[in-house]
Design a protein around this ligand. Structure first.
Ligand code: GCW
Length: 712
């Protein structure tokens, strides 16, 4: 009835080679991949180097119940982590009579353990870790609400062992906060990556999917280990060829690489595809031929990839084609594609990053921050149930500090997902250490006051308005660099992104600590120093770059790296801070400004509309004030700009000395790699500091009360 594959951990590799069983062959290849890693950072937080010590008291048998490929992956991974070599599988209908790990989904496990209470059964992709005793045996049950849940439960158990937690008795049931926990890559078909800082694409090369997809499956494993369940592999500035007939077999290969890890493949599509690859004369979403084209293009994908996740769409944005070309709305366009996806349970992630990049900078009422709300709020209720509006966390564009997008509070009848960036486009491009979790937490915890207590995390989870779908999508942009994101410590962002999508109630400190223990080791000094460095890094970067919510002050016209104070001004892109000789900031008030603040609920309006209420850190986002304006901190704006930039540069130098206390406490390879980057960062922070303070000194003519500016 139930197929129970029962394995004993053995040290003899040869046993595996002779095994004829399909499941075992998959296990062999996974072990071979793992063995190739050194301390390059390639193994990220899945090093398992500390698991062996904790494993002594754990069972040496792994029983995998059921036929699911994903559950089998979980079993293989457990074996791999415990450094056992899988012995011969014994198909049986019985659970082992000695201590064992038992893995399976609820429907398969429950008949074997009918005494288990239904009340603890996890929902969705959740899991239940439970130890039970029976006669002389003890079982560590890893029960999934779904097959994926088994995988997530197994990774959670391994994480606890690696972090030296007691796992001798377990009873923990968890479910993810939201069903959509995706990542996106902005990979181009030629193998380059837009805003990618860690080498070329792991998916594409020379206009094709790579022949060797080993890294793609390694990536899927990493993603699965933190609960991610979908990945859109190509740039949202999408090449229409991704939907061409010749590409489909290649996508099938990627889906095959993802599937064992429960990662659904998704792709970004261009609105003009019906013309560009379909040969039609129009891409008007309401044209019957266009409707039929999307249906056919979607059906063909699902024929070959039945678990395909869906499409991501960037339309009418930054020069991309879109429905506005035919006088149609985002809802018209989204629904046509969603209707094609719905029968297959695929999702359409439609990005709210729609704005006019030819704004008139002389118009004091023009405001790019208003755009997403102005465009999408009137469409609330017009989107089909399989459409999800994907909203960047702030109303501008991944700046070092922005308020939560008002759109989160304005679409009660629409599914929403928050878009975050793991790739550090505006936050130091992985040459600077910037742990983004504290920033993400501020946004996720921000109460929009729209339906009782309604923090962003509840809205995107679909809880506030009882939406069927919702969740998370982050732009990650890992590359071929062995350690995935180029800066070893940047991986804390990818780890934390997954953890927060699973449970946004975790604190930044918790995820920083978890990540440090898993990535380096459990030595108290390593854990405390590295966590402290991570947790302070966002403020440090903010200090020496963009002050008081004014934006990152980087070169916004080019690579978005390094100081470029004036590049935001006097152009149509609308990232203005409006600094002149008298003062600075965008007046976004309802009373005298662009009215942006009016897009929030009345309670939130009160927090921003008056100078008295507005928090210092967002002052220049919301208001235009003279440089002499005195902040809540008691400092004048101009002195704050000077001081924060000097403080920031000094704090960046402090990161180097903090890191140096870890010499010998972690391996030299990663120690040196991080040290190099931190030393560079400390130097670049001085470049930033001087560029910014000198510019404002020149502009404002106000001397630094501490006599530093202009004296270098
Ligand atoms: O921030 C901007 C980036 C673009 C990106 C765009 C977007 C993919 O500079 O490179 O395009 O955002 O999010 O669509």
């Amino acid at each position: 009835m139930y197929r129970l594959v029962y394995r004993e951990l053995r040290m003899d590799r040869n046993l595996m080679r002779g095994a004829a069983h399909g499941a075992l062959i998959a296990i062999v290849s996974l072990i071979a991949v793992g063995a190739a890693y050194g301390e390059t950072g390639a193994e990220a937080w899945l090093r398992y180097s500390q698991i062996k010590d904790g494993a002594a008291s754990l069972p040496s048998r792994v029983a995998v119940v059921g036929n699911s490929g994903v559950v089998r992956t979980a079993g293989s991974e457990l074996v791999r982590a415990l450094e056992g070599k899988p012995g011969k599988p014994v198909p049986t209908g019985e659970i082992p009579s000695a201590d064992a790990f038992v893995l399976g989904s609820w429907k398969d496990i429950h008949p074997l353990f009918p005494e288990l209470a239904r009340t603890r059964v996890p929902s969705g992709d959740g899991f239940w870790l439970k130890t039970v005793r029976r006669k002389n045996a003890k079982y560590w049950l890893i029960i999934g609400g779904s097959d994926r849940g088994v995988l997530y439960g197994m990774f959670s158990l391994l994480s606890r062992i690696a972090r030296q937690q007691d796992v001798s008795t377990l009873d923990d049931s968890q479910s993810p906060s939201a069903p959509i926990r995706w990542v996106s890559q902005w990979d181009n078909l030629d193998g380059s990556i837009e805003r990618g800082y860690a080498g070329r694409s792991i998916f594409f090369d020379g206009g094709q999917i790579r022949a060797d997809l080993t890294r793609a499956s390694d990536y899927a494993r990493l993603l699965a280990s933190v609960g991610i369940n979908g990945c859109a592999i190509n740039n949202v500035n999408a090449d229409p060829r991704i939907l061409s007939a010749e590409f489909l077999p290649q996508l099938v290969r990627v889906a095959d690489a993802f599937r064992p890890w429960g990662i659904k493949l998704a792709v970004s599509v261009d609105m003009s595809s019906p013309m560009a690859v379909g040969g039609l004369k129009t891409f008007d979403p309401l044209d019957p031929d266009v409707v039929a084209w999307w249906k056919q293009a979607t059906d063909v994908i699902y024929e070959r990839i039945p678990d395909f996740g869906g499409f991501v769409v960037k339309a009418d944005s930054e020069g991309r084609s879109g429905p506005s070309q035919y006088g149609r709305t985002a809802a018209d366009a989204a629904n046509v594609i969603a209707r094609a996806l719905a029968p297959h349970h695929g999702l359409l992630m439609y990005r709210a990053f729609v704005y006019n990049h030819h704004l008139d900078w002389r118009d004091m009422k023009a405001d790019r921050a208003r755009a997403a709300y102005d465009y999408f709020h009137p469409l609330d209720g017009k989107f089909l149930g399989s459409v999800v509006i994907q909203i960047k966390y702030g109303p501008i564009d991944f700046q070092v500090r922005e308020p939560a997008s008002p759109l989160f509070g304005a679409m009660p009848h629409t599914n929403q997902a928050i878009e975050l960036q793991v790739t550090q486009e505006y936050t130091g491009q992985q040459r600077h250490l910037v742990f983004l979790a504290p920033m993400w937490k501020e946004i996720l915890d921000f109460d929009m006051h729209v339906n009782g207590m309604s923090p962003v995390k509840k809205i995107v989870a679909g809880d506030t308005w009882h939406r069927p779908f919702g969740g998370y999508n982050a732009v990650v942009n890992v590359g071929l660099d062995e350690n995935w994101l180029a800066h070893p410590l940047a991986m804390a962002n990818l780890y934390t992104y997954g953890r927060l999508a699973w449970n946004p109630n975790l604190s930044a400190a918790q995820t920083a600590e978890e990540w440090t223990r898993l990535t380096f080791n459990n030595k108290p000094q390593v854990v405390s120093t590295n966590s402290k460095m991570l947790l302070s890094s966002w403020h440090i970067y903010e200090n020496y770059t963009g002050p008081l919510g004014a934006g990152t002050l980087t070169d916004i016209l080019g690579d978005h790296y390094g100081p470029g104070i004036e590049s935001s001004e006097r152009n149509g892109w609308g990232q203005w801070h409006r600094a002149d000789e008298h003062g600075m900031g965008m007046d976004r008030t309802i009373a005298t400004g662009t009215g942006y603040i009016g897009q929030y609920s009345p309670e939130v309006q009160k927090q921003y509309e008056t100078l008295a209420a507005c928090p210092d850190e967002l002052l220049l986002f919301m208001h235009h004030v003279p440089y002499t304006y005195v902040l809540h901190s008691g400092k004048m704006v101009i002195q704050h700009i000077y001081d924060s930039h000097y403080d920031g540069a000094e704090q960046a130098a402090g990161l180097v000395t903090q890191w140096q206390t870890l010499k010998g406490q972690i391996d030299d390879d990663r120690y040196n790699a991080v040290l190099d980057r931190l030393q560079y960062q400390a130097g670049h922070a001085i470049v930033w500091r001087d560029a910014v303070v000198n510019w404002f000194f020149k502009e404002s003519g106000t001397p630094d009360a501490k006599g530093r500016v202009g004296q270098q």
